[in-house]
Design a protein around this ligand. Sequence first.
Ligand code: PBG
Length: 337
Amino acid sequence: MTALERRPRLAVDLRKRPRRLRSSPAMRSLVREHDVRLSALVQPLFVVDPGQATGEIASMPGIERYAVDDAVRECRELAALGIRAVLLFGIPDHKDAYASSAHDPAGVVQRAIIAIKAGVPDMLVIADLCNCEYTDHGHCGILDERGDVDNDATLDLLGRTALSYAMAGVDVVAPSDMMDGRVAYLRETLDASDFTSIPIMSYAVKFASAFYGPFRDAADSTPQFGDRRSYQMDPPNEREALREAMLDLDEGADFLIVKPALAYMDLIRAVREVSDVPVACYNVSGEYAMVKAAAQNGWIDEARIVDEMLTGFVRAGADIVITYFAKSYARRLRARG
Ligand code: PBG
């Protein structure tokens, strides 16, 4: 029997064959709809005060905590690989109930901003703006008598910290605390001190998520009691996510972040569709740790998984991807040539 004779008689119309456009690498790249741009990736960096441990984070293999000088060196390496933006998190020597070291002009993030802008001026420095790394109780703001985070008192703290970052020369501030009204408050505070051109990248849609577990090891920011559910969002809620996004747009946010990313791709798309500012997604620590753990066991192919994940975020509508994989991804692109 010839191959032709072996063919089943089909009732389907096979004039249309999508496989024609998958026939070779050149064909596939000709029709490829989305690409991950290196310049759209943001590498998070943990910077520590002198009394804090540096080195690799146990639950995040390949990710380190850096002293300020080493963070500058790291930025130089990132720049050489084509990564143009970093997101700073600080781990201070001193924590208290009022997060005082968050707005210390000589605090760890403030020093890192100054050092990075001096050493690698073209690197875009985004500073995460939150209190949980600076409070002794690990919550994202000042507590009221009931032990809940006091929204309006926390705004004042955020404003002070944002100003100290601005004075240090930060390029973008990224509030991640989830207090109501903080984008408007920060905009007013920055503008009143003539920092009208510093954009606000708002963690507008941020869920109370178990995917932040490894980060809290990295940043020593696990709440000492309770959880963050009275300020971070409840994962099942989509309409509320859009409401948060619209409020932040109204308040003057220049970028919106959706976080976490993998389990929330529908919301990346939904926020993209209702907003006219760039949308970022945050591929968080737990998403990183899961991939690394499976790869170390030989259960998955890390490079292909990461390509697929980053492409998925972009296809879902993310203009910007904040990811711990930024550096390794850039390195791999370079090696492929
Ligand atoms: C600070 C903050 C957190 C993350 C970013 N900013 C932790 C949290 O909200 O508990 C998580 C980032 C990650 O998991 O990679 N509030």
